[in-house]
Design a protein around this ligand. Structure first.
Ligand code: URA
Length: 231
């Protein structure tokens, strides 16, 4: 059983606050009856819910993409810093982040309501590719690319899987298949090229594309299906 306002919010109809007004205004029917109580508990698997006469169903797996700005920590709760949750539309704040980006890293960060998908995307077993754009102090060169390809050892002895390093027009592009703590920063620092700016641009089949900084978008069904096929 689930509260009617929660059901409609999870179905993406409107924000919790707007929904209360819609329900009180008589725009919502449950099993053929107009209902006016947002707290009404309904059977989310069996109830027929209509809004303005159109059926509304709960989505299955929800995946949201955020273009994370610098200055936000990837956490659902933090005593000091603003968290990425503050950047999500209110109706998506019960999703959880998939992996993490450092406070100062920008770029593609996913959120989902699906535990197994989250686990699969972050598990070392699946080796999902992640591509980063980095600007460094000092230009990367062929020797750096060779070291990345061979599988680097970090300053504390941590061993990394083989990775790709490609020089771009301005910065460079790094592709890794794991997600160790501060990995890209530590790999480049180990080559004497400390990172000045870092942005994740791709994760598996997904690309940040032209999503503006600080904005979110839901993945389409095709994108979600493709993502599930990779893990
Ligand atoms: N590597 C890093 O160093 N930082 C990130 O946020 C992600 C990958």
């Amino acid at each position: 059983m689930m509260r009617l306002d929660k059901y409609l919010s999870e179905a993406g109809v409107a924000s919790r606050k707007e929904l209360r007004a819609m329900i009180k205004g008589g725009r919502v029917q449950v099993d053929g009856e107009t209902v006016r109580s947002p707290e009404l508990r309904i059977d989310e698997e069996a109830a027929e819910v209509l809004v303005d006469g159109s059926p509304v169903r709960l989505p299955g797996i929800v995946v949201l993409m955020l273009h994370k700005p610098a200055g936000y920590v990837t956490s659902t709760d933090d005593p000091r810093d603003p968290t990425v949750m503050e950047l999500l539309p209110p109706e998506y704040r019960d999703l959880f982040p998939v992996g993490r980006l450092d406070k100062e890293t920008e770029g593609l960060l996913l959120f989902t309501n699906d535990g197994p998908l989250c686990h699969a995307l972050t598990s070392p077993k699946h080796q999902v590719e992640k591509e980063y754009y980095a600007e460094t102090q000092g230009e990367v060169d062929g020797a750096d690319a060779d070291a990345f390809r061979a599988g680097m050892e970090l300053r504390d002895g941590t061993k990394c899987l083989p990775a790709e390093l490609r020089k771009g027009e301005r910065g460079c592009y790094v592709t890794v298949r794991e997600g160790k703590y501060h990995q890209v920063r530590r790999m480049l620092a180990a080559r004497g090229k400390p990172v000045l700016y870092l942005r994740r641009e791709k994760e598996g089949s997904l690309e940040l594309g032209s999503l503006p900084l600080g904005h979110t978008r839901l993945l389409t069904e095709e994108e979600t299906t493709a993502l599930l096929g990779q893990v």
